[in-house]
Design a protein around this ligand. Structure first.
Ligand code: AMP
Ligand code: MN
Ligand code: MN
Ligand code: MN
Length: 276
């Protein structure tokens, strides 16, 4: 049975509710999954509070995906097996999601100044139950309104780092993220290293207390996997991987089970579900 350690729900910028995601993962025959929403663990709390965690027939790893501060690069850090009710973690996440709120207003303002017909209510409707409002939600509104043909086009025209309507978000430093994940009992893992576009930064991160690296990722080719696997060996890191499933039709993979990893990697990361 295959596994998938990177996926998003409606609690960040994914399409499926956590329970829908778990059902889809079971239907796809996955053995281990990790729910890794951006800057929030509410999706896992929602599962637990509604009796969907633990779940028969599948192992669910409580996870998260943090965005780290960097002047030009996008650095994301996954946390696995975290205690979602950990106090310091909860306080930090509140800070981060509140800052996302201000940032989203600023981006809407910028877009309006650039002549786009968008307002905050449009974005909040698309964001639904998510408190981690992101550029993805804004991009979807602009596509819905016919301003751009696809989410990707919105990003490359106005929302990517450095583009006219981009606003940086309040982010924690890598060191702080690693420390918070560890304090909450979790394993910090560097997400999609190729997307940093600078392997020197990746190597530095491997020396900075990261305990795992996402070797398997849809945008990594065989050479990338080999290179990151070698780094994992060199620095004694756990090997992770996942689809980064968001559930939107234009974004690969469109279904769970299409991009998976071998269970043996997930087994080394998984710790038996504890009643939270
Ligand atoms: P944010 O956390 O608000 O900075 O938004 C980042 C999210 O936007 C990521 O998690 C992706 O889901 C999405 N994203 C980032 N870059 C792109 C892109 N070039 N095309 C489509 N989606 C993107
Ligand atoms: Mn996302
Ligand atoms: Mn990411
Ligand atoms: Mn992700």
């Amino acid at each position: 049975m295959p596994s998938d350690l990177h996926m998003h729900t409606t609690f960040s910028d994914g399409k499926l509710l956590p329970e829908e995601l778990v059902a889809a993962a079971k239907a796809a025959g996955l053995k281990y999954i990790a729910i890794t929403d951006h800057d929030t663990v509410e999706g896992i709390g929602h599962l637990y509070e509604n009796g969907f965690y633990p779940s028969r027939g599948i192992h669910i790893i409580p996870g998260i995906e943090f965005s780290a501060h960097h002047p030009i690069r996008e650095i994301h850090i996954l946390g696995y097996n975290i205690d979602i009710y950990h106090r310091t973690l909860a306080d930090k996440l509140n800070e981060v999601t509140e800052a996302r709120w201000t940032r989203f207003s600023e981006m809407v303002e910028k877009l309006r100044n650039h002549g786009y017909d968008i307002n905050e209510t449009d974005v909040l409707k698309v964001a639904g139950s998510s408190r981690a409002i992101s550029r993805s939600h804004i991009a979807r509104v602009l596509v819905k309104k016919g301003c751009f043909p696809s989410v990707r086009d919105v990003f490359s025209a106005v929302l990517e780092k450095g583009k006219s309507c981009y606003v940086p978000h309040y982010r924690l430093d890598v060191e702080e993220i690693i420390a918070i994940i560890k304090q909450a009992g979790g394993i910090p893992v560097l997400a999609h290293p190729k997307l940093i576009h600078d392997d020197e930064i990746v190597e530095n991160l491997c020396r900075q207390g990261i305990e795992g690296i996402e070797v398997f990722y849809p945008k990594h080719d065989e050479a990338d996997e080999k290179r990151y696997m070698a780094m994992a060996e060199k620095y004694g890191l756990l090997v992770a991987g996942g689809s980064d499933f968001h559930g939107f039709p234009t974004r690969y993979p469109t279904e769970l089970g299409v991009f998976t990893i071998e269970d043996r990697w997930a087994e080394r990361i998984f710790r038996p579900e504890k009643v939270l």
